[in-house]
Design a protein around this ligand. Sequence first.
Ligand SMILES: Cc1cc2nc3c(=O)[nH]c(=O)nc-3n(C[C@H](O)[C@H](O)[C@H](O)COP(=O)(O)OP(=O)(O)OC[C@H]3O[C@@H](n4cnc5c(N)ncnc54)[C@H](O)[C@@H]3O)c2cc1C
Length: 623
Amino acid sequence: MDMFGKKVGAAERAALEVAEDSRQQEWKHSSFLRGLFDGRFRWNLVHPFPEQSPEDKAKGDAYLAKMEKLLREKLDPNEVDLTGRIPDLVIKELFEIGAFAVKIPAEYDGLGMSKVNYGRILHLVASYCGSTTVLLSAHQSIGVPQPLLDFGTEEQKRKYLPRFRKGAISGFALTEPDAGSDPSHMSTTAAPVEDGKYYLLNGEKLWCTNGVIADVIIVMALTPPKIVNGKERKQITAFIVETKTPGFEVKHRCEFMGIKGTQIGLLKFTNVKVPRENIVLREGEGLKLALTTLNTGRLTMPAGITGVSKYVLWASRLWAKKRNQWGMPIGEHEAIADKLASMAASVLAMEAMTWYVTHMADHPHSDIRLEAAMAKKFCTETGWYVVNEALQIRGGRGYETAGSLRGRGEKDDAYPIERILRDVRINTIIEGTSEIMSLFITREALDTHLSKMKPLFSSKSGLGLKLKTLMGMTFSYAGWYPFLWLPVFGIGRDSGVSAPLKKHLLYAKRTTQRLARGMFHFMMLYQQALAKKESLVSRFVDISADLFAISVVCSYAVGQIKKGVSAEESAALADLFCRMAKARIRQKFRETVCNQDALKKSVARKILDEKYSWLESDIIKTA
Ligand SMILES: Cc1cc2nc3c(=O)[nH]c(=O)nc-3n(C[C@H](O)[C@H](O)[C@H](O)COP(=O)(O)OP(=O)(O)OC[C@H]3O[C@@H](n4cnc5c(N)ncnc54)[C@H](O)[C@@H]3O)c2cc1C
């Protein structure tokens, strides 16, 4: 059934099947968030807060200094915004310092940096220039280097990776005009020719970042379908495509409200001949490759948006102190003070979540697919809130361009908040929209239950299997469910955690049980249809985000105190964030039982059926 109660059609079923087939199914390593959904608050997974080794940190520090010097001396981000170009000289110098090969191991001529150092670099770049961040990130977070590092053959790695030190730029081409969040609807084809030695690519790819200037792109395309278990299954395959191959064409360079210096294009492939050895992973596993690449690739987004948010917090602080209205600095008016405090607490949470997940990505025994999706959603949404508040604090100057501010003499205070707001808006859309992140997290959160129940609802299961499944479930839930009601006395290893923060962690532990109970109750009520109740389940996703944030914030605050930050200040900011998060959690729980979901659904149906077209009167309709 769809959300309006109509039977799911063949197209939707096929899309879900393709997505399910391409999903990473196994969980080999630990995940704090997966534990939360099972009702287990595994504080030991977030505390003590992970730290870089002194050697790794020193390597990162030295590189950051080099990058900052290059950006400060050679790049004017407002000029990039105005001209729509990152100067060639800057790109050349970025290559000279290895900025396009940061994560590539030294044996392939890369810098061999850790993921934490890579995140730190993008955090720094993003605090200065959105377009340059997108250039570097699309190239090596999702472009050719990342899937090759994860899935490439030794031969492919030796052939391509060293090129990213010498001037080659890459991109990732999944989206098409009719295939956005649902890539199973793609229509670009790759037909085998010459006994399968080559493939001919035909079709269009939309919004390929760097596509206009890229030398090499990873392209997902349909190869001939296969019969799996008696049914025809779509096959999506990933190819490395050299853009100099005849038949490749940049049809259009796209323009956007922000990140004006990016080279994002609509690409056309007409009989582009690609050798078989350019397939990455195996035939039919291209969507799995794309989704797995995005699972970790999107981790650079929280790092970037945290960098930007820290910049605007800094600018807001300076302005709130300097600007006097009604006889005092605006920062001393309660409404602005409220904003500053809430922004700082939010930035603390973004920082804690970003670095926790990024450290985990370097850890061989952790699985961060849930945490990366959560950090992407939480940080990009929180970052948007922070930047929007910064614009409000700047008042009219927040809406004015940096060039205009400078032009009329406001040299020292020409913070480019207007450009930053335009640049960061894309973050909740690319590399998985917030809504799709929520669906992805929900699917994984319900996995324990869904995998247990699957035979019960399958038309293919016989009565024997159904009874066996029912007994297995009863046995398993009889052990698990009562545990969700046990009283909580402590959080385990809590060295260095101050009393107020301990209280928040105890709350998080208790609420973790409540979260798992709540999801289980709705699972029993709606069974598989629960995943379709997007408004309901998104509240559980938001609750888990705040529980995760409370946990990492408390751990991070303890770590900061150990590094010499004042205990009083660190604990106060963490305390504020936890109180804000608790208020949101309470509200979300209330809304799981008392909401307007049904009414909204019926109004939305009427909107789609044009019953409210009278609300669209007296306007100039342009399309
Ligand atoms: C500047 C820019 C750069 C990009 N770079 C790249 C790139 O390098 N490579 C690449 O392959 N793609 C790229 N993209 C594409 C980007 O990843 C897509 O825009 C994104 O995946 C969403 O697809 P869409 O825009 O077609 O939105 P749609 O999928 O049409 O979605 C529209 C809205 O509906 C919501 N929605 C869709 N399905 C559901 C659902 N099942 N439940 C609830 N809500 C839903 C979405 O969240 C969104 O709010 C880029 C896009 C832009 C604008």
